[in-house]
Design a protein around this ligand. Structure first.
Ligand code: PMV
Length: 353
């Protein structure tokens, strides 16, 4: 065999859900209790760049490795292993069909990842991270798979990662198959369908979240009474209303569903026993600020949403930049609790692809 170094690089963007994924029906396969929908942010603002390489010249004893922002990262976790296994078996199938292909599936993988956003932004990077990892290895292996196929693999790394394989407005269909074959992401609309959409990231805390999304989901599914109602009635209604709002470019409807769904998700967290609180007083101040912005404007111009942590993401339209950004400066500018990166987040540069 040759000593050539095979290499592929790719980037994947961050996505922020407007109808949240929260709850696993199968924790091993990362199958969700409900469908979800997100907006993919611009790669020029927030993205992971990953290079995958392999070579017969790399010592076989070194095993698979992953370096994130210069720090070695553990690849022995079940989620990462599931992605590697799925990608290798697809490559092995190509090699079996064509004996002339180098046997890359048998070599150790070296992965090197960089985020272009500061770790201090406190954003969950697992979505962009696993999406980039899966696509980099798929490119290295020359896999012919479409993004929807890759989303099925990325989903096993981190549920939300399946949505980062597409730009624009993306739905993750929960599916019903026990093996997860129909649990994948698809684009609802390209970013160009609604190019005025903007997202503002308000950083309250750069600290790692207290309760990981996996254990928070487990606790919610297991102990919240409200959660069954969310899955059975609230999310299906929100998915339908959100898809219609996007189709019609109806910002007021988009905003109401976004805010209601964030509230619903955090209510199920508060309904667990013991309760989980991801938002804090500063997060709640951001909610009040958005309400004040909308009241001042006399119409809905801004929508907040919170993931499993205290940082706010605020969606708004380009033409309302002044009303939204100006008021945030005014209301939050001299308030305690906002970290320096909030000022960065306040530049209206968080455009979408
Ligand atoms: O992809 P995970 O397992 O980190 O879960 C993400 C969960 C939320 O960010 C809270 C919601 C979502 O849909 O992204």
């Amino acid at each position: 065999s040759d000593n050539k170094v095979y290499r592929a690089s790719t980037t994947a963007p961050v996505n922020i859900a407007v109808v949240k994924y929260w709850g696993k029906r199968d924790p091993k396969l990362n199958l969700p209790t409900n469908s979800s929908l997100s907006v993919t942010l611009s790669q020029s603002d927030l993205r992971t760049l990953t290079t995958a390489s392999c070579s017969a010249a790399f010592p076989s004893s070194e095993g698979d490795s992953l370096v994130i922002n210069g720090e070695p990262s553990d690849v022995s976790g079940a989620r990462t292993q599931a992605c590697f296994r799925a990608l290798r078996s697809r490559r092995a199938a190509l090699e079996a069909a064509d004996p002339n292909l180098p046997k890359l599936s048998q070599l150790s993988l070296r992965l090197v990842s960089e985020n272009n956003f500061p770790t201090a932004a406190g954003l969950a990077s697992s979505a962009a991270g696993f999406a980039a990892l899966v696509r980099a290895v798929a490119d290295l292996y020359g896999l012919p798979d479409e993004p929807r196929e890759l989303s099925r693999i990325a989903r096993q790394g981190s549920g939300s990662a399946c949505r980062s394989l597409f730009g624009g407005y993306v739905a993750w269909r929960a599916g019903s198959a026990a093996d997860g074959s129909d649990s994948l992401a698809e684009q609802v609309a390209p970013a160009a369908h609604w190019p005025e959409m903007r997202a503002l990231v308000l950083v309250v805390s750069a600290a790692r979240k207290g309760v990981s999304s996996s254990s928070g989901m487990q606790q919610t599914v297991g102990t919240s009474g409200l959660f069954a109602e969310r899955v059975a009635a609230v999310v299906p209604r929100h998915m339908d209303a959100m898809e219609a709002a996007i189709r019609d470019r109806d910002f007021a409807a988009f905003a109401e569903v976004t805010m209601r769904d964030s509230n619903s998700f955090h209510a199920t967290c508060a309904d667990t026993y013991p309760p989980i609180f991801y938002m804090n007083d500063v997060s709640r101040a951001a909610i009040r600020a958005v309400e004040a912005i909308n009241a001042n404007a006399g119409r809905t111009v801004a929508a907040y949403t919170f993931d499993a942590g205290p940082n706010a993401v605020v969606y708004y339209l380009e033409q309302d930049t002044e009303a939204v950004i100006g008021t945030f400066y005014h209301v939050l500018g001299d308030m305690d609790g906002w970290k320096a990166p909030v000022i960065q987040g306040l530049k209206p540069s968080m455009t979408l692809d």
